[in-house]
Ligand binder design. Structure first.
Ligand code: I3S
Length: 128
């Protein structure tokens, strides 16, 4: 069955540390403010946590830590966005509500994994 189809705990697909900045809120441009974020992909959502040091993939459980914010991936768009930053390995996530985030890692393999995993979730939701 699909994740959470029984109303139980949604599936944790991926968790890790990325650099993050929000660049738009409801379509309105925001000033960049990069900071490290503990990012968790669970069910149809990308969830952001502060204080990444207190988190590890094995210890993370839904509800044991308060998220900073969370993004619904249904209808979202994901694109590489190296033109939007001097940093390498940057992609942009745009939600259906017009919130835009840049996510970045210096580790090529890591950012590619995140990109592919989020892309797959978005495509799965597009097919539903
Ligand atoms: O796209 P920008 O405006 O060049 O982004 C840089 C700025 O946001 C800068 O902050 P202030 O100009 O507010 O001091 C940040 O420190 C940089 O990290 C931003 O650029 P990068 O290329 O790192 O995304």
């Amino acid at each position: 069955s699909s994740p959470d189809s029984d109303g139980g705990t949604p599936e944790l697909e991926k968790a890790g540390l990325l650099n993050k900045t929000k660049i738009a809120e409801g379509g309105r441009k925001l000033r960049k403010n990069w900071s490290p974020s503990w990012v968790v992909l669970v069910g149809n959502s990308l969830v952001f946590f502060k204080d990444p040091k207190s988190q590890t993939p094995s210890s993370w459980k839904p509800g044991n830590s308060r998220p900073e914010s969370s993004v619904d991936l249904r209808g979202a768009k994901l694109n590489w966005a190296n033109d939007l930053s001097s940093k390498k390995n940057v992609f942009k996530l745009r939600t259906i509500t017009g919130n835009e985030f840049l996510l970045q890692s210096d580790t090529d393999s890591l950012i590619r994994e995140w990109y592919n995993t989020i892309k797959n979730v978005i495509e799965r939701l597009d097919r539903e």
